[in-house]
Design a protein around this ligand. Structure first.
Ligand SMILES: Cc1ncc(COP(=O)(O)O)c(C=O)c1O
Length: 409
């Protein structure tokens, strides 16, 4: 496909995502990721859902968004009129530049883009669009809990789950188990890449094999890539988007992207569904009916600023996440056999095996004995595990880890 002439590409050498200066290097000095900003009472679910507990659960960060995003939101607020919103002229070029330069989609086309107020509604839309009663959707576990619930939004749709498997020192797809579990009635596969909570960044070979698995069975591949800008070492584990598949395989995919996680703006809500195939896109969009709120005015402006100006901050963030991830892994390693963790390749979420603890429910145990709010592995399909969110100043993380150590039975 020819490169879209309308694309407002940066001229060669002007790639806004290119690394400049020493941005992204660990400086060892205190920075914006050390500051503890009180969040309790601000109406955030992380701190206010169970105000007596120390929260390391839901996937948002205790870091303030970059100044460029705050400035863009303030500018929009200062206008003072908040009628029904639509994307401002700068948003689409920013998203397209992001697709071209960060996701390596040279032929990205504005027509492929559906703006949404969040990524989870897109998971639901996909199931509603492509599964009829009696049909099924499939995913691999453990996985972000809404993957295990969206089939209920479509009457009579079954959920097929297959566990990821540990092989060659990493979490992988269990191809044999998937072949055995898939049915002729399976119409949608929900992929999480990078994987929450396992932290895997799947290789090109894995993504291509999954796409072929879907193609052979007339399954639509829906790829949730919300964590793709949170890869700790992109040189070692580059992200392969479903948009990087070859033509016929790509034509059967819907790719879901969002600045929400990376720039900590989930409370504003914005995501894009990128669907190269027009017929697939029409069915996907038709499923929304009147069920979705429009994107809000502030979210559109925050998203543009994130994609346009967020790269230097993102690089610094990754350095902090790397340091926290490694410190957490060392800590859990030293805490002895009852807990085990494998440092993830992406995300700020550690997936901790607590099956060795002599307790019925590790998350309930640490809530009761340590005052911690953790994510219970049962909601991801794997009881006995828990997820720890380490996107916080190191001091905050250490307090949580100490509480875990002191509450080990
Ligand atoms: C894999 C995955 N998808 C989607 C979401 C949520 O996306 P949104 O807040 O845009 O609905 C999360 C949040 O943790 C996530 O981890």
């Amino acid at each position: 496909m020819a490169r879209n002439p309308a694309l407002p590409l940066a001229a060669p050498g002007e790639n806004p995502f290119a690394q400049k200066g020493d941005a992204g290097q660990t400086t060892g000095v205190k920075d914006e990721f050390d500051t503890i900003i009180p969040r309790r009472g601000t109406g955030c679910i992380k701190y206010d859902r169970k105000p007596d507990l120390d929260p390391f659960w839901v996937a948002d960060m205790d870091f303030q968004s970059p100044p460029e995003i705050l400035k863009a939101i303030r500018k929009r607020i200062d206008h003072g009129i908040f009628g029904y919103a639509c994307p401002q002229p700068g948003l689409e070029p920013a998203v397209l530049d992001y697709l071209v330069h960060r996701r390596n989609v040279a032929d990205a086309d504005p027509a492929w883009i559906t703006h949404l107020g969040g990524l989870v509604p897109a998971l639901s839309l996909a199931v509603r669009a492509f599964c009829k009663p009696g049909e099924a959707m499939m995913t691999c576990t453990p996985v972000y809990p809404p993957f295990l619930g969206v089939h209920r939004d479509a009457p009579g749709v079954d959920l097929i789950t297959v566990d990821h498997t540990w092989r060659d020192d990493r979490w992988e797809f269990d191809w044999e188990a998937m072949e055995a579990a898939v049915t002729p009635a399976t119409r949608v596969f929900l992929l999480c890449n990078p994987q929450n909570p396992l932290g895997r960044v799947f290789t090109r070979a894995e993504i291509e094999r999954l796409a072929r698995f879907c193609e052979a069975r007339n399954i639509v591949l829906v790829s949730d890539e919300i964590h793709c800008d949170l890869i700790i070492d992109e040189a070692a584990t580059p992200h392969v988007s479903a948009l990087n598949l070859d033509g016929p395989l790509r034509a059967r995919t819907i790719t879901l992207l969002s600045p929400n996680k990376t720039w900590n703006i989930a409370g504003l809500g914005y995501a894009v569904a990128v669907t190269p195939d027009a017929a697939l896109r029409r069915r996907f969009e038709a499923a929304r009916g009147h069920t979705l709120l429009e994107v809000n005015a502030l979210a559109y402006h925050a998203a543009e600023a994130a994609y346009r100006h967020g790269e230097p901050w993102r690089r610094r963030l990754i350095e902090r996440l790397r340091a926290n991830r490694d410190e957490l892994a060392a800590f859990i390693g030293k805490s002895g056999p009852p807990l085990r963790v494998h440092p993830g390749e992406a995300t700020y979420l550690a997936w901790i095996d607590a099956r060795g603890l002599d307790v019925k429910n590790p998350t309930a145990h640490f809530e009761e004995k340590a005052g911690l709010f953790l994510s219970d592995g049962a909601f991801f399909g794997w009881p006995g595990w828990f997820r720890f969110n380490f996107a916080c100043p190191p001091e905050t993380m250490r307090r949580g880890l100490d509480k875990i150590r002191n509450a080990l039975p």
